[in-house]
Design a protein around this ligand. Structure first.
Ligand code: ADP
Ligand code: ZN
Length: 520
């Protein structure tokens, strides 16, 4: 039997395993079920690529997309590994019959195919032996994941057919619920669970507010053209197909060649776009999130989000597609305030209150990330349940950019007192309109125009007050309560204490950051 290190060198040209890879591979060879939860780019594929070569039996890998399997098969063949895939609808009877006789090292298939292939296929293949049954992007099995696919649910049927075959789930999605669901859905037996750090030290995280419109797109195009000049690849993720088309058009007008990818393009056009980008024939890809699951492209230098993503899980996965080769890369997120509070939009076809609530909570977390004034990496990692002991990472906008701070106790007092007077039954907009002296109907109806605070905050624009409100929320002076359809902001007990400490002869200080919005 070839040793693992020699196989790694011969087929992949690497001299060492990453520390967790060896453990997982050994467990698979001992025929133990495994769950591998690791950040994108950490090298999970090797965990299912090596065991078939060691034990010289076919490894089955379930993967969600044909284009992804094609790329993987091509790359493995180039390395001299016998790999093939079984799609859902093509005429692949020769592959099928060779596969059945155990003639491949690695055989990819879609989940649909895995569930519908006749049992005789499995019993024939079992005669030559199956080294593992791997489920890539395993979070698709969980309704708690951000990318649930119903076909994945039926994979459990195979557990009874492939009794002694080790099942291996691989994902970059970190939450406990998803992990638990994968283990249960695949009926894993005492699995070896390997959860790695999610920190991607080589990625810079930054967030900027923007105003929708052509002038911002022009600015974005200028930013992208710098990246093109330096030779790096970029993905621009948009929240709508309309945005994809608009940015694509503006890039074209500026003479920058880009690819486009979204759900309304036909399959052929999408595959072509994907192929050109992955093979470095196109440097820029403008896409909706339909693009990218498992893209194995190591040299993406920049991922830009044009609009706030619907959850931090999806943001982390999408932004994590850059810098897989470990080289410094950047993730910029542009958000527009008007893009927030679209909960109803995302919740539209969700039936139960719990589902709507889960969506609202995800949106809220993403929104918090946008308006954060502290370290973004720390926030992200802690959101995924990982401790980050330092306060600053040194590689995000908030850690890098010179901080401008000021005592904003008077302004904080005004906003909190106004929220208190409005009895905490609203979001931030109502109390801010009151402070700014609005005489809109909703204000007159609620008789907020007679409050002593009405009009005291005219000197700052609404966005300035909102930015202040968000800082007060993140520091615990205000608390946000989310229901399935709306959210309210009220004064917390910490905020009440602050208000009480304000007397005619004493003003506490409250030093806060002047954010981009506050500086105008
Ligand atoms: P994941 O599936 O976890 O997102 P991949 O398996 O695609 O990650 O691997 C990411 C990159 O790391 C690839 O370019 C791969 O070649 C490289 N890689 C994986 N394992 C090793 C290793 N042991 N030594 C060096 N590079 C590795
Ligand atoms: Zn930081």
């Amino acid at each position: 039997m070839d040793t693992m290190p020699s196989l790694l060198k011969t087929y992949f040209g690497f001299s060492d395993f990453r520390c967790y890879q060896k453990d997982v591979i050994e467990k698979i060879i001992e025929r133990r079920d495994c769950l591998v939860v690791m950040a994108t780019g950490s090298g999970k594929s090797l965990c299912y690529q090596i065991p078939p070569l060691v034990v010289k039996k076919t490894g089955i890998v379930v993967s969600p997309l044909i284009s992804l399997m094609q790329d993987q098969v091509m790359a493995l063949k180039e390395r001299g590994i016998k790999a093939e895939y079984l799609g859902s609808a093509q005429k692949d009877s020769t592959v099928h019959s060779k596969a059945e006789r155990g003639q491949f090292d690695i055989l990819f298939m879609t989940p649909e195919r895995a569930c519908t292939i006749p049992n005789s296929f499995w019993s024939n293949l079992l005669k030559s032996g199956i080294s593992l049954f791997a489920v890539d992007e395993a979070h698709c099995i969980s309704e708690w994941g951000h990318d649930f696919r119903v076909e994945y649910k039926h994979l459990d049927k195979l557990r009874e057919v492939l009794l002694d075959v080790p099942f291996v789930g691989l994902t970059a999605t970190a939450t406990d619920k998803v992990r638990f669901d994968i283990i249960n859905s695949l009926k894993m037996n005492n699995p070896y669970v390997m959860v790695g750090s999610f920190d991607r030290g080589n990625l810079f995280y930054g967030v900027k507010p923007f105003n929708r419109g052509q002038s911002f797109i022009d600015e974005l195009v200028r930013e992208i053209s710098k990246e093109v000049a330096s030779g790096g690849s970029t993905i621009v993720y948009c929240t709508t197909i309309k945005d994809v088309e608009q940015i694509y058009k503006s890039l074209a007008e500026a003479g920058i060649e880009a690819g486009m990818y979204h759900g309304q393009m036909n399959g052929k056009a999408r595959e072509e776009s994907h192929r050109l980008f992955v093979r470095d024939e196109l440097q820029i890809m403008v896409a909706t999130i339909a693009f990218g699951m498992g893209i194995d492209k190591p040299n993406i230098r920049q991922v830009i989000h044009y609009g706030c993503p619907k959850s931090l899980e999806s943001y982390y996965q999408e932004s994590g597609r850059c810098g897989r080769d470990g080289i410094e890369s950047v993730c910029w997120l542009y958000y527009s305030r008007s893009g927030f509070a679209k909960g109803e939009f995302y919740c539209g076809d969700l039936k139960t209150e719990n589902q709507r609530r889960a969506v609202m909570e995800s949106l809220l977390a993403a929104e918090r990330y946008c308006v954060l004034t502290t370290c973004r990496r720390k926030f992200l990692l802690e959101y995924f349940g990982e401790k980050f002991s330092a306060d600053r990472c040194g590689n995000c906008d908030n850690c890098k950019i010179l901080r401008k701070e000021r005592d904003l106790s008077r302004e904080a007092f005004l906003l909190m007192a106004c929220i208190h007077s409005c009895r905490g039954r609203w979001g931030l907009n109502m109390p801010i309109d009151v402070l700014r002296g609005s005489r809109a109907k909703k204000i007159l109806d609620a008789r907020f125009d007679i409050l002593p605070l009405h009009g005291l905050g005219k000197s700052y624009p609404a966005n300035w007050w909102k930015a202040l409100g968000h800082q007060l929320i993140s520091q615990g002076y205000l608390k946000e309560i989310v229901t399935d359809v709306y959210k309210t902001v009220s004064v917390s007990s910490k905020g009440e204490q602050f208000l009480a400490s304000f007397t005619p002869d004493h003003q506490p200080t409250l030093v806060l950051l002047l954010t981009a919005e506050m500086l105008g």
